[in-house]
Design a protein around this ligand. Structure first.
Ligand SMILES: [Zn+2]
Length: 167
């Protein structure tokens, strides 16, 4: 399993349990530590290097939508969803799961990705050219954005189309 994944892309690694880099990162983000990330969840984790993590912080801070969401999480949610700006109402049902740690927004133990990094994440998730469901499974272990599932589908379909048309 490990060799097969590494052949496809160095960014996708198999490591057992707590050794997953993202898990390490998340445990650093949560100094009090939550439940351990189980092996099944960690198999397809996307590795975030220190540079990539810094980029994630920078891009999250630069992104007006993420900034608005962060402010709402930090200051507290209004009584009713209609009291939120329209573009934040999509997060109402997730409000119990959303936290801000070290300038990054987390949904549970998944990192929320700002617009400017979505393409990179999609490429990383699909780097082994697995199908839509495998990519979704991998994404669900570590990253989140509102249209993630839909964007994965579009990305994979587009990739497969261009692969077929390449001579
Ligand atoms: Zn592909």
């Amino acid at each position: 399993m490990m060799l097969r994944l590494q052949k496809y892309d160095m960014n996708i690694v198999y490591r057992p349990g707590k050794e997953v880099v993202l898990a390490d990162m998340l445990s650093r983000l949560h100094p009090t530590t939550g439940p351990e990330i189980d092996i099944e969840k960690s198999v397809f984790a996307v590795q975030f290097s220190a540079d990539r993590l810094q980029q994630l912080k920078d891009e999250t801070c630069r992104d007006p939508h993420m900034t608005a969401l962060k402010n709402t999480i930090i200051k507290g949610w209004p009584e009713k969803p209609k009291d939120l700006p329209k573009n934040l109402r999509q997060y109402w049902s997730l409000k119990e799961e959303l936290t801000v740690e070290d300038d990054i927004v987390l949904k549970g133990d998944r990192v929320m990705i700002p617009e400017s990094m979505k393409q990179y994440i999609l490429q990383t998730i699909h780097s082994g050219h697995q199908g839509i469901e495998k990519c979704r499974m991998r994404a669900k272990t570590c990253v989140y954005w509102h249209d993630l599932s839909h964007d994965i589908e579009t990305f994979v379909k587009t990739c497969e189309t261009s692969e077929k048309s390449t001579p």
